[in-house]
Design a protein around this ligand. Structure first.
Ligand code: GNR
Ligand code: NI
Length: 188
């Protein structure tokens, strides 16, 4: 397993349309393991293969939501403002995913992207959808998704078609986001 470098805007590879996986082999399993390791290391909740430069239709998602049953952990800094509840890990892999019936109703969510570091903006997307995908063994699955899971899978599926969340903003807001990123990079 290995942590791989995450591509950032304006890397032209982020615009590639990824190709379907044809072989469900050991190489695919290594790619998925590396994607999880890279995603957790970067504190992300999802990752598309193209974000590590591999143009295949593969996504990993782990929403890492706080466990509602668990007591908050004491970090030694009361009032630090963070939620220290242990998270529930739910690692999911989607190979050759397809969205089948997106809901007509849209929802807005403040999105971020590991390929557009430290930029956040509200994006409107269908609130729910059905997804059909293959697992790493090649078995077909179908499931209805809603909430953050639906937001995340649609964000990840966009990466497979070379689309970033900032591409879904108005030109004014996208330019503002890119300027802010440029400024942050120059300051660093
Ligand atoms: O870590 C991530 N958080 C996130 C927050 C709101 C909507 C989408 C995401 S996905 C993002 C990781 C990433 O860039 N995946 O492509
Ligand atoms: Ni992203």
């Amino acid at each position: 397993m290995a942590i791989r470098e995450i591509l950032e805007v304006p890397d032209p590879r982020l615009k590639i349309i990824s190709k379907p996986v044809e072989r469900f082999d050991a190489e695919l399993k290594t790619l998925v393991a590396d994607m999880f390791e890279t995603m957790y290391d970067a504190h992300g909740i999802g990752l598309a293969a193209i974000q590590i430069g591999v143009p295949l239709r593969v996504l990993v998602i782990d929403l890492q939501e706080p466990d509602p049953e668990a007591a908050p952990e004491d970090c030694g800094d009361h009032g630090c403002g963070h939620d220290h509840r242990p998270v529930i890990n739910n690692p999911r892999v989607f190979v050759n995913p397809e969205i089948i019936d997106p809901a007509a109703e849209l929802g807005s969510y403040q999105e971020g992207c590991l390929s557009v570091p430290d930029i956040y903006a509200d994006v409107d997307r269908p609130k729910a959808c059905r997804v059909r995908w293959h697992d790493v063994e090649g078995n077909l699955h179908e499931e209805a998704l809603e909430g953050l899971f639906a937001v995340c899978i649609q964000h990840e599926m966009d990466h497979l078609d070379g689309i970033l969340f900032i591409d879904r903003l108005s030109r004014l807001k996208r330019n503002m986001a890119l300027k802010k990123l440029d400024k942050a990079r120059k300051a660093a």
